[in-house]
Design a binder for this molecule. Structure first.
Ligand SMILES: NC(=O)NC1=NC(=O)NC1=O
Length: 166
């Protein structure tokens, strides 16, 4: 984590590198870096949220390249893999019945919507995630793009809060 005033003063390339693990959407990172300096954390999150509110299907597909399936803790040392592991830490991967249900649910979701099921995992138990997956399987295509984008926005803003502090 770095302080806001430090972020405001970073060279563009370093500021971009700091924000990249928040979401794999270069347009979001570039726009946020270009909008500096921010007077407060609240202003930073307001702008980050406003940019995220413009995301559509294309941005969702772009971002999913960096999000492992729920229940599949990603290997690798990249920053976003470490963030995913931490975010999914409440999913008890020793619970083999839950793990099997998540795998089966992910497969049904991917067969239905053609992409990885995305949910803000931080603060949710494995059971809550499984319940949300079942609920969202009943969505129309359009409803589910909206639902997935809201989860992507929540994940992104949570990661931003972890990257830049007061
Ligand atoms: N497929 C996913 O939902 N992945 C993730 N959710 C999170 O909160 N972090 C992830 O990596």
């Amino acid at each position: 984590m770095i302080a806001l005033n430090h972020f405001n003063q970073l060279p563009d390339d370093e500021a971009v590198a700091l924000l990249q693990p928040c979401v794999a959407i270069p347009g979001w990172t570039a726009a946020l870096v270009a909008a500096r300096p921010f007077a407060s954390i609240a202003a930073l999150h307001q702008t980050a949220g406003d940019i995220a509110a413009t995301w559509g299907h294309a941005e969702l597909e772009q971002a999913l390249s960096a999000h492992p399936r729920i229940g599949e803790k990603p290997a690798g040392s990249q920053a976003h893999a470490a963030l995913s592991r931490q975010e999914q830490s409440a999913v008890d991967d020793r619970d083999t019945q839950l793990a099997a249900a998540l795998r089966e649910g992910n497969a049904r979701y991917e067969a239905r919507f053609g992409r990885v099921f995305l949910i803000r995992a931080k603060g949710r138990s494995g059971e809550e995630i499984l319940h949300a997956l079942e609920q969202r399987l009943t969505n129309s295509d359009a409803e589910e793009i909206t639902a997935a984008l809201e989860q992507l926005r929540e994940i992104t803003l949570l990661r931003l809060a972890g990257a830049i502090g007061e």
